[in-house]
Design a binder for this molecule. Sequence first.
Ligand code: SF4
Length: 721
Amino acid sequence: MYDMPLEKYKESHRLLTSLEYETKPVVHGYANRTLFIDLSKNEIGIKPVTQQMKDIFTGGRGFCLWLLWNAVNSKTQWDSPENELVIAGGPIGGITQYPGSGKSTVVTISPLTGVANDSNGGGYFGPYLKYSGFDALEIQGKAEKDVIIFIDGDNGRVTVEEAPLEMLDTHRINVLLTEMYAKDEKSLRGVSVISAGRAADYAAISGLNISFFDQRRKEVRIKQAARGGSGRVFRDKKIKAIVVRFSDMKGNINGVADPELVSKAGKRINKEIAELDPVQNDMAHLGTTNLVEVMNYHDLLPVQNFRYGKSDQAVKISADYWRKVFDYSAPDSCWYGCSMACSHMVANYTVKTGPYKGNIVSVDGPEYETLGGVGSNIDVFDPEIVAEINFYADTYGLDTISLGNSIAFAMECYEKGILNKENTGGLELTWGNADVALELIHQMGRGEGFGMIVGQGIRAMKKHFVENFGADPEYLNDIGMEIKGLEISEYMTKESLAQQGGYALATKGPQHDEAWLIFMDMVLNQIPTFEDKAEALHYFPMWRTWFSLHGLCKLPWNDVVPVDNKLEKEPAKVPEHVKNYTWLYEGVLGKPITIDEIIFQSEKVYNFQRIFSLRMGYGKRENDYPPYRAMGPVTVEEYQSREERYDKSLREDVGLDPEKMSVEEKVDALRKYRYERYEKLVDAVYLRRGWNSNGVPKLETIKRLGIDFPEVVEIVRQNGG
Ligand code: SF4
């Protein structure tokens, strides 16, 4: 695995700065301090967590946004030295009695969107950071040479070390650093490493990997906080890795106020998972791969750059295949005690291409988003190739959603003649050409060729193709599957107006962790009116935001449900599980909470993030539109692929007779209708959220939420709120 003995790497480190600190117990979920590191000045400091921070921002993503807000200004770019990477768990995060309690959130000004991006991932980092003494880690500045940041929670010491020899690729550096920094060989589980990978030196679509040590398999595993380009910021700061060590997991380490109440919630959900997961989604065997078949059945699986929603070949990459190749020798929990255990892996995979050709590795994943992104969306249905891309995307540090959509966009441009072999460096970007897809990925890893262009994401490609290849900007805007600069998650939204809003009205960009309403809207027709959709686009983004404030994974909320859930008045909310979360909150923090107060906590952070976007020059109505392909058929062949459905809509919704129209006329008429319908949705959502018609939170809204800091008020006033 290494090129030289571990000691040689260690000896090459040069200490740049260090800080000794007193370790203290966590109280009611908070360490009550945050850690600040400036890599330009080689400074390390500790800041107190104030009561105001807790009251307004709760923790996790809320703390990250507040710390970042105070560090940057309206002119800050992703590569400005004052931009920060801020990483946090959350107050509930780190408990071991309730599944899904180990998430970390990463926040930074994104190279893709220019605004504050939040992305969350599993692994052990967030909880270990807190148990080491810090509710958040804030990294500013840029190192001169590659560094490793080491937070030693065992001994109360933080160091920044120049580290010239370690490799960048995740599957190697994470093993090396886990062994290097563990207290002893029995304590490998006490280390978590954050890394990016070699492509993060070049590609904006780069994310971060967060490790955990799989005690039963004796293997370092990874989860991703992949979205929004945080890997690129990480490497721009010349960070090779951030390591946290905490070797003493025990008892009530999170300092919870009422262990019995936490345990009551845990027992209820763990029993339910044991009894019902096998007969519901079977997450413990399939993870999210079961979604391939479901999405394909409902015409929602992205195929060929979201042109189509299904493929006869989808079965080849569906759960039936992964059930045969996933390793089931141990439960796949990405944090202690997660009984949902859905983080599967392919063991003993022989790499077929690139610098690791012939190596036998473990592939963490694939999950549904990867299967949709670098599988069906680029027309690749060979599961071994998807596993290969999954492996390289992880180890190079690439986000598989952005990667898949970017390659799919380039493939469609190739098909349309916008690209050709001359301007792709000889690559034939035909649908399903897996060799070319892999070559693009390796070029991203080497920082060369057409892969460098694809690796900057769709928004940058659109600009490049217009300026250099004479492409039609309107057409590219129609088919480029990004909003606000971030590539769209892997669900077709053409037939779900609510999900179009779920993606396009999300502050950071179109990410499924904010709102996933396709089934409620399109399949079950539970939210038929604009007001119903607006209510859902208020409640669910707020509810889901709450997970990121607390360091929680949302999968145990609705990927298993109680037997009688369907009898509930609002089954989509899974009321029994909402009750569990109120018990957890009270059990950990020692204060009761209602569902309205949960939504209120999220509303404060959500609106603050929207105003943060305004401060950076975005966050208005003009930024809240999806590409037309997310709303309806752009081309004649797309229309024809669902002709019956679209003709019916023209007849019943628009009052036209499709028999008397050409397909081109029908495409235009449907487009006009769908844009008008989208505008009405936006009006309804803004009204429900307390924003003005330009999407700016109103003064009365920010006062109600208690986020009316002078600068916030000024920004809102300047934008007419
Ligand atoms: S449900 Fe899956 S992703 Fe979420 S914490 Fe558990 S193992 Fe990790």
